[in-house]
Design a protein around this ligand. Structure first.
Ligand SMILES: Nc1ncnc2c1ncn2[C@@H]1O[C@H](COP(=O)(O)OP(=O)(O)O)[C@@H](O)[C@H]1O
Ligand SMILES: [Mg+2]
Length: 372
């Protein structure tokens, strides 16, 4: 049987460009393992940091080296004209070096893009328009999973418990000196300190601040507004951070829960990306009833935003009161070999190569269903 051609789409215009490359390398390697190598052929497509799509050899070079390319227009042109000048070694199931391919050859796309311009429905819209199967959520699930305000509304509608929050628009922050104090008064009337100020559409904790006073609130709002038009301010909780992996389409399955621990004040950018700063624990020591509740809520959250294929759902567990609040859903969670999502599945009996194979099958199933 002919191998299925998998368009591995990675890189992207977001702060998570490097993570995407690492995830893509792990997925490419999984596509070469076990039965996968007889089923799939990898056609890599790299989106560089300027947003330019780089198929073929340049993409292979990035996949092979793990290093991002920041091309000037000039270098991009030269590279496109003379692809064969790039020497590529490594992943043997890639099309032979020097040979270009056309996007129309791709049977199924695997967009491994995190954050804005990748996990937010933009790429999913393009792939839907191209009428091709792709791994992961569609436009709606991706967009709802990205925007923290829209996500909270969908969760509230589904009856999922979450912390109190106030939605803010940038125009309120940049308003006249008499409106901004009123906005802060309103927030203070609704939420106690500490609270968390977040740009609604980022990820990786970028632009997030834990604030303990009026001064800090004002500064954090100003900072968040520099990142995003939409901002959310949330009541802060002291809680354990527990995450579950979900896999499937309309009848998704849920993994065992995992926990993240760290010494920093919260799970901020530095803690996320400094080796050894955070620890992953699988399985988690939780009362059985709490584990079941978290697993049920993970499925409800997945369905509430109309996610597909995969998602990681993150929770706050307040040990003293045994309360569980949903924090967020990530429709394209980190997918490196050490990431929580594949590790949760490994503990639930699904290996990394099996997971990648399953996701491709789910993409094709969903596509075929939408056509029937
Ligand atoms: N309401 C909150 N109470 C306590 N900690 C929070 C709260 N909101 C966020 N945090 C902390 O900030 C981290 C990042 O917030 P999160 O909403 O998950 O943003 P991101 O999408 O960037 O991961 C969380 O993992 C947690 O450590
Ligand atoms: Mg998070």
């Amino acid at each position: 049987m002919a191998k299925q051609k998998v368009g591995l789409l990675f890189g992207g215009c977001s702060g998570e460009h490097e993570v995407s490359i690492t995830s893509a390398r792990a997925i490419a390697s999984a596509l070469e393992q076990d039965d996968n190598q007889t089923k799939y052929e990898i056609l890599p497509v790299y989106i560089d940091k300027t947003g330019k799509w780089q198929p073929s050899n340049l993409a292979r070079q990035v996949l092979d080296s793990g290093e991002p390319l920041l091309l000037t227009e000039e270098r991009a042109t030269v590279a496109n004209e003379d692809d064969s000048s790039l020497t590529v070694t490594g992943f043997s199931s890639l099309t032979p070096a020097g040979q270009n391919f056309s996007y129309s050859e791709i049977d199924v796309w695997f967009p491994i893009l995190h954050g804005p311009n990748g996990e937010d429905g933009t790429v999913q819209g393009l792939l839907s328009l191209m009428n091709v199967p792709f791994v992961g959520s569609g436009v709606l699930g991706s967009a709802l999973g990205m925007d923290k305000i829209a996500m909270k509304m969908a969760f509230a509608q589904a009856g999922l418990p979450q912390v109190k929050y106030v939605a803010v628009n940038r125009s309120q922050v940049y308003s006249s000196p008499c409106v901004f104090p009123k906005l802060c008064n309103d927030i203070e009337a609704q939420l106690d300190y500490p609270c968390f100020v977040k740009p609604a559409n980022l990820g990786s904790s970028v632009g997030i601040a834990k604030v303990r006073s009026r001064d800090e609130l004002e500064e954090a709002l100003d900072n968040a507004a520099s990142y995003d038009r939409r901002i959310v301010v949330e009541a802060g909780v002291t809680a354990r951070e527990v995450e579950c992996a979900v896999l499937g389409n309309d009848n998704p399955k849920v993994s065992v829960p995992g926990e993240i621990t760290f010494d920093s004040d919260f799970y901020d950018y530095e803690t996320k990306y400094t080796k050894g700063a955070a620890q992953l624990h699988i399985p988690v020591d939780l009362p059985n009833a709490v584990t079941s509740q978290i697993q049920e809520m993970a499925i409800e959250a997945f369905l509430a935003v109309d996610a597909a294929g995969l998602a990681r759902v993150d929770f706050f567990y307040l040990e003293e009161t045994e309360e569980v609040f949903i924090n967020e859903i990530n429709t394209f969670p980190g997918f490196t070999s050490t990431s929580m999502y594949p590790r949760l599945w490994a503990h639930s009996g699904v290996s990394f190569p099996q997971l990648v194979d399953r996701l491709i099958k789910l993409a094709v199933e969903r596509y075929n269903e939408s056509k029937s």
